[in-house]
Design a protein around this ligand. Sequence first.
Ligand SMILES: *Cc1c(COP(=O)(O)O)cnc(C)c1O
Length: 345
Amino acid sequence: MSLDLTKLLRDNIRNLKPYSSARDEFSGEAAAFLDANENPFNSPWNRYPDPHQRELKNRISALKNISVEHIFLGNGSDEPIDLLFRAFCEPGLDQVVSINPTYGMYRVAADTNNISVAHVSLSADFELDAAAVLKAVTPKTKLIFLCSPNNPSGNALDNSGLLKIIEEFKGIVVLDEAYIDFCPEKSLLPLLVKYPNLVILQTFSKAWGMAGLRLGIAFASPEIIDVLSRIKYPYNINILTQQKALELLANEANKNQWVDSILKERAKMITNLQSYPFVVKVYPSDANFLLVQMHDPRGIYQFLVDQQIIVRDRSSISLCEGCLRISIGSPEENATLMEALDQLI
Ligand SMILES: *Cc1c(COP(=O)(O)O)cnc(C)c1O
């Protein structure tokens, strides 16, 4: 399968000459760095970070079993989401297609870039209708945003539907796998090299416990990675984040332990929540949160806030009527939630 990237790109991006620093042109051991107007004192914070994040990308390459030319690192997943709009969507003209309900950032990034979004509804049990998504495509559609496991529903979308869209759409398919570490067997990352129009987003904010560092990944064909790299801010990942992420990524056992604990707690939470008379339904989850349909969700939400317990009210979102979204916390936090809910029976 081939992809005519030049046809998809905005004209200004196709012709863009990226910012280049002297350090891009030099590799080796320098005796003196006198090129960037840095302060010679206050090492190591005086130096600009590696704009290509080479060491970090090498580590991620080994971790994810994919070569570095398929990897773009961003200031959270927010950055590649925005850059994809800026690279491919002409403001006021182009369009994207997404699903509903899903993660709110795609619409925010679309609005920021003045791009209209066609939202295709999932089914009542949050399954993907691939034919309907493809039907919503117009000649102006550049990107399709999909999210699996999906937020706020929690379910992984069916692979056959995802693949149908990737194979039939002539533009770029962005598949957000922010929660994939909770169901790694469902990742489409092993198929990435087969599909030059596929962008897979992952993040260190969830299973890896690094939301505060702001580090997200876009995996894609080297051509797409090259475009994103040319239009990003040159030093988009700061030194603290690069260093701390390298340190934390050295310990994959930690992440695995956290995921194990969260999955065990999730199973317990499902059983516990289902026992409350005011709980109508706990939706199946492949992620670290549960979508829970209740009688009087707003009342329960407010009751929990009064107990200093914060969950997410999703009851006004389409297909999520009556629903709160509850993250799986530590065993102690989850017990606190249950004790509070016990007061309502
Ligand atoms: C939490 C989440 C992210 C993560 O965003 P970061 O900017 O990497 O923290 C991405 N996509 C979805 C669907 C999410 O729920």
